[in-house]
Design a protein around this ligand. Structure first.
Ligand code: SIN
Length: 553
């Protein structure tokens, strides 16, 4: 098995020129981070550090909705069952139970912050269906639910004078204390502000607790539904600080990402699963139904199942895309439920009212992330993680549709509540950390790596391709920055280490399960009903361990 080599333990950056102190730093500003800040604001100064504008993350792009068992005929137990089935035997049932049982309360809290969600003729929250759900249980705001969640939580944050926001600030590395009884604590974060006034100014925010809420890693791949900011920075930073990540090999590929030609790169248009929930179907070029007879839920089978069926068919037919036929919904319904998707398709030259939409699976969601317990504690004291950046085990090997905004609401509140219950004592940074060699990967390597990730580590994987990507990672040059530093290099370095962790865990897991399909190990194996947990050792090498599904750091 090829080895991925060693990775930087500190990012090369300008020396810090300022320092400030708060009680809590939240890195990231989507649903999870905003919920943490709103819940924890009573403990003192809470600073949200975010890489671009407050609303630039994945939350704003979430189309589908929020799954919650609120219908009279529904109950959390059914939601739990659907989540466990989608998770392909790798969920933490305890974490899922928290999600489904606390979900309706946190949905009510979101509405109390002012979120406007669609209602039916009787004034009740309207519910739709998505893949893997046995019944309609998705609340939504047309096809822009995430944008409404973001808007309402941002308004609540703006009205709270204990919460401060630092936009256009790149969080580079976590700052740690000297060892206390052999353990180092996170005591702050090193930040480079990119805003106009303080362009490139680097400093340290000291804090009693740092919460990672920085979202996913879609930009590890050439094409993704994630926005450009999703470069896995939080997971990479956590690895460099000695924290463990888990389940990173499980990446969800959404079946219906609009196919925009073979060379399409970066963020692509998602065509929500809710379109299939309302009756659209997948077709091949000859008009044959793709999912008929392949799964009891047909077009609404869990995403991993649909993406895999599509990939097999595409390989058999020698094509690079299939089609989504939403014409049967009619113009009125399409425009009422999916105005943004229709507008997006039309901008790209396809009118879903009259034409089938070319689609192919595209990277959508990281099911794994920084390993946490059910209150967001990571394996490093002083560091929490929540939302897509985290892994509580709630998604297992494949996330159930519309459980991610829900996760941000439920687990964001839980992390905030932990902080209200008590913060660690103030501790000083370890000056010796400045001696750790600081390195970066040249920015242009990110594009090269993303192309190889899409080729060999996407829906279908096998040893040979995984080894090719590993060799590419091992051969990537590292350099000390040499006086000029750019976010492109920092992002490339984050992508580099995360790809290393993902590919090596995918190589290790010799089975197929959920979002991890090894064509050389096509069966699901009881041997692998474990979580692969990964950390960087003191030399910067990746170390994997196998842990039980209900184990926590
Ligand atoms: C979708 O609208 O299909 C995506 C929703 C989700 O990722 O849960």
């Amino acid at each position: 098995m090829t080895k991925a080599g060693t990775f930087p333990l500190r990012l090369a950056a300008p020396p810090p020129g300022w320092e400030r102190e708060v009680e809590v730093v939240v890195i990231g500003s989507g649903v999870a981070g905003l919920m943490v800040a709103l819940t924890a604001a009573t403990v003192g100064r809470v600073l949200i550090v975010t890489k671009a504008k407050l609303d630039a993350g994945s939350t704003s792009w979430a189309q589908g909705g929020i799954a919650a068992a609120i219908d009279r005929a529904d109950d959390p137990e059914q939601h739990l069952d659907d989540t466990l089935v989608a998770g392909a035997g790798l969920c933490s049932e305890r974490a899922v139970r928290i999600l489904v049982e606390e979900g309706p309360h946190q949905l009510a809290r979101l509405i109390s912050f002012g979120a406007l969600l669609d209602t039916d003729a009787a004034g009740n929250l309207a519910l739709t269906r998505e893949g893997g759900h046995g019944r309609a249980r998705i609340v939504h705001a047309a096809d822009a639910t995430g944008a409404e969640v973001q808007r309402s939580l941002q308004a609540a944050v703006a009205a709270n004078d204990r919460i401060e926001v630092m936009e256009h600030a790149f969080a580079l590395d976590l700052v740690r204390s000297a060892p206390v009884n052999g353990t180092r604590h996170v005591v702050g974060v090193r930040v480079v502000s990119q805003d106009d006034q303080a362009s490139g100014s680097s400093g340290i925010v000291r804090a009693r607790t740092v919460v990672l809420a920085s979202g996913g890693l879609g930009q590890l791949y050439a094409s993704t539904t994630n926005p450009p900011v999703a470069t896995g920075d939080g997971m990479a930073m956590a690895l460099r600080a000695g924290a463990s990540v888990a389940d990173v090999e499980f990446v969800q590929f959404h079946p219906t990402v609009m196919w925009n030609g073979p060379g399409a790169e970066g963020q692509q248009l998602l065509v929500s699963e809710a379109v299939r929930g309302e009756g659209a179907v997948l077709l091949d070029a000859e008009g044959k139904r793709v999912m008929q007879g392949r799964h009891p839920l047909g077009d609404l089978a869990p995403r991993d199942v649909v993406a895999k069926c599509m990939s097999i068919l595409m390989a058999e037919q020698g094509v690079d895309h299939l089609f989504l036929d939403a014409r049967g919904l009619g113009e009125e319904k399409l425009m009422r439920h999916f105005p943004n998707i229709v507008a997006g398709c039309r901008r790209l030259g396809i009118d879903p009212v009259h034409q089938v939409v070319p689609v192919a699976p595209g990277e959508h969601f990281a099911c794994g992330g920084v390993w946490t317990d059910r209150n967001g504690h990571t394996s490093v004291p002083g560091l929490f993680a929540v939302g897509e950046v985290a892994c509580t085990g709630v998604h297992g090997a494949n996330r159930l549709a519309s459980n991610s905004l829900l996760e941000g609401l439920v687990y964001g509140q839980r992390v905030g509540a932990q902080l209200v219950l008590g913060l660690p004592a103030v501790m000083s940074p370890d000056a010796n950390d400045e001696q750790v060699p600081a390195l970066v990967v040249p920015g242009h390597h990110r594009v090269i790596l993303a192309a190889e990730m899409s080729r060999h580590v996407a829906v279908r994987r096998e040893a040979e391709g995984l080894d090719e990507v590993t060799a590419l990672i091992a051969d990537t040059p590292l350099h000390p920055g040499e006086g000029s530093f750019s976010p492109t290099d920092w992002e490339a370095t984050n992508v580099h280490v995360l790809a290393g962790a993902l590919v090596s865990a995918a190589r290790l897991r010799e089975e197929s399960r959920g979002g991890h399909w090894r064509s050389d190990f096509p069966d699901t194996s009881p041997r692998w009903k474990v979580r692969i947990v990964t950390h960087l050792n003191h030399e910067g090498s990746l170390v994997h361990e196998e842990r039980g599904l209900e184990e926590t750091p």
